[in-house]
Ligand binder design. Structure first.
Ligand SMILES: Cc1cc2nc3c(=O)[nH]c(=O)nc-3n(C[C@H](O)[C@H](O)[C@H](O)COP(=O)(O)OP(=O)(O)OC[C@H]3O[C@@H](n4cnc5c(N)ncnc54)[C@H](O)[C@@H]3O)c2cc1C
Length: 554
């Protein structure tokens, strides 16, 4: 061992939010949910990798939590009478990240994860204390030198980035070892020799995988990726803001809820560096933080998450829905909420990824616009969203250049908007032109534009706003789910007008033309593509589910 139990992180142990001591009355409340057990000194309460694992409330004696994934096992924390083991992985269903060993004779109460969840709901004051402790412990763990997984790879390697994103979204402790740094490149060669296929996944000096698939990685680290065999009240497809909003409402209102996502919680919002227009966060919140908090909230109420899980088919039969995945699983439910969002077409030119949110934007709200006050900006695209953005940005920027590939805006933009753009002296429309590069280090400096005859111009700018199209992720849906001409799912009043709606009742406001299937957020026709809207839409979809199932809570 690197240390003895007496040489633990003293500052962490002093954190009374992470490691509270429960009162005698609280210990009695805990006893209602578990069973008494005892351990001799040196015995394991649980081992790292255990799945599932239980929570232990220590009544007497002491235990230590040990990181056994390091090259040398390391003591992390010591817990004594009145304290308890566990962290958020009790709810994610993942393997235990560390081991727990009795230092002396221990008397404890063992509580299963289901019972801990029940305790959180039935004993809200105690529950809030325990939940805050679990959250804080994870924060502390990530802030220390807790090893977790090391992912070696380069920042321009798509598979490395996807792996890091997958681990991040699913809250798996890890470190990304960018091999552009000589120290990391040398270290992985010491571990794996010259047979390098990125991403390389290691634990300390132990090589686990050379370029694993996400499913293989999920299996190894215990991220839940297989679908349980049961019939759910509702399956939510997608865990962006809308799917998360739906999952929190559905699970908190007693519906058995399964959430499936190709990568994990977050959606597009996960790539937003700061969301400033969401209620309750006057200083803004990063998309990742909002997604992680929402994910935890949904877990707390018992929503089950499965990832990676690509939905490829939705079918109705015998009054139930079958959702098939490319991983070969089938999920069954009484209702389905589609929250699969959109894929924005990304501008694939040099510099565009590096400067995302640092001058390269895929939306134009007052937040981005303020940063461009009195400076020139460029808007890329010829559709309505580009036209609206250009008009809006003239209120802030010194000059707006609208960069259009074609020769006529009227082919892609509403005529009223074309007239406004043409009449606005602050907007210059540059036809037959494409972006070839974006220049800058910490923030954008200039954009390179090439016209049809090959002339390239470098223009200084403070913002490039990209609106080159978004495609709803609805391709996998059956023909029974009617969509608009762009592929967004139709719902409610739009469905009521369709001949194919044969029910004796009107469709619920977010119901698609396939009864019992609801759509929310960006994938739904006519929605405002915003986080707040998507979350609210998710909640509204759940109220439609209740109406459909006849389970509306009073
Ligand atoms: C860079 C960026 C910045 C933004 N900034 C802001 C902002 O500041 N404020 C604001 O209000 N809005 C912002 N937006 C818009 C906002 O993020 C979206 O409106 C919102 O994320 C939509 O949520 P959603 O849940 O409907 O869809 P998404 O966020 O697109 O989530 C859909 C989810 O479904 C999953 N999925 C899709 N298809 C499948 C499938 N077949 N199988 C399994 N899973 C699937 C995806 O993996 C994804 O996780 C921003 C968007 C971007 C791209």
């Amino acid at each position: 061992m690197n240390q003895t139990p007496d040489q633990l992180h003293a500052d962490q142990m002093a954190d009374t939010v992470a490691f509270p001591v429960l009162s005698a009355a609280e210990l009695e409340e805990c006893a209602e949910f578990g069973t008494r057990c005892s351990f001799a000194a040196g015995e394991d309460l649980f081992r790292a990798g255990a799945q599932p694992f239980d929570c232990y409330v220590i009544l007497s004696g002491e235990v230590s939590i040990i990181d056994v994934l390091t090259d040398e096992p390391t003591y992390l924390v010591r817990l004594r009478g009145g304290q308890f083991t566990g962290d958020i992985d009790l709810f994610t269903g993942r393997r235990a990240a560390a081991s727990c060993e009795a230092i002396s004779q221990v008397e404890a109460i063992r509580i299963s994860s289901d019972k801990v969840r029940e305790m959180l709901v039935r004993q809200p004051t105690l529950g809030a204390r325990i939940w805050r402790a679990f959250q804080r412990r994870r924060e502390l763990l990530m802030a220390t030198d807790f090893q977790g997984l090391s992912v070696y790879g380069a920042e321009d390697d798509k598979r490395t980035l996807e792996t890091v994103e997958f681990l991040f979204r699913n809250g798996v402790p890890h470190h990304w070892m960018n091999i552009a740094e000589e120290e990391n490149a040398t270290r992985i060669r010491e571990i794996a020799g010259d047979d390098l296929h990125y991403p390389m996944i290691a634990c300390g000096k132990r090589l686990l995988f050379r370029s694993p698939g996400l499913t293989q990685l999920a299996e190894a680290i215990g991220v839940r990726h297989r679908i349980p065999e049961k019939t759910y009240d509702v399956i939510v497809l997608g865990s962006g803001p809308s799917g998360l909003g739906a999952a929190i409402c559905a699970a908190s209102e007693g519906l058995s809820t399964l959430v499936l996502d190709g990568l994990g919680p977050g959606g597009q919002a996960g790539s937003s560096s700061k969301i400033e227009n969401y209620a309750g966060f006057p200083n803004g919140v990063t998309g990742r933080e909002l997604a992680q908090l929402s994910y935890l909230q949904a877990l707390k109420f018992g929503a089950e998450f499965v990832a990676p899980c690509h939905v490829t088919e939705l079918k109705r039969g015998d009054g139930l829905y079958q959702v098939r995945t490319s991983e070969g699983d089938v999920a069954i439910s009484k209702t389905v909420i589609l929250a699969t969002g959109v894929s924005y077409r990304l501008l694939d030119v040099e510099g565009s990824n590096d400067l995302l949110a640092s001058g390269v934007y895929y939306n134009a709200t007052a937040v981005e616009a303020r940063m461009c006050k009195n400076w020139p900006v460029h808007v890329i695209g010829g559709g309505n969203s580009a036209g609206q953005a250009a008009m809006f940005l003239t209120q802030y920027a010194r000059k707006v250049t609208l960069v259009v590939r074609g020769s006529d805006l009227r082919k892609s933009m509403s005529s009223y908007l074309c007239d406004r753009v043409a009449a606005n002296p602050e907007i210059e429309v540059r036809y037959h032109t494409q972006v070839t590069a974006i220049e800058g280090t910490e923030h954008i400096k200039a954009v390179h534009l090439r016209d049809d005859v090959g002339n390239v111009a470098r223009e200084e700018t403070t913002g490039v706003f990209i609106f080159i199209g978004a495609r709803p992720r609805t391709d996998f849906l059956p023909a029974e789910v009617a969509r608009d001409d762009k592929g967004f799912a139709l719902t409610g009043s739009a469905v009521a007008k369709l001949e194919r709606w044969k029910e004796q009742r009107l469709p619920e406001v977010l119901e698609t033309s396939l009864p019992g299937v609801f759509a929310s957020g960006d994938c739904r026709s006519g929605t405002t593509k915003r986080v707040a809207f998507a979350i609210g839409d998710g909640a509204l979809a759940v109220s439609c589910v209740h109406n459909f199932l006849g389970t509306y809570p009073i």
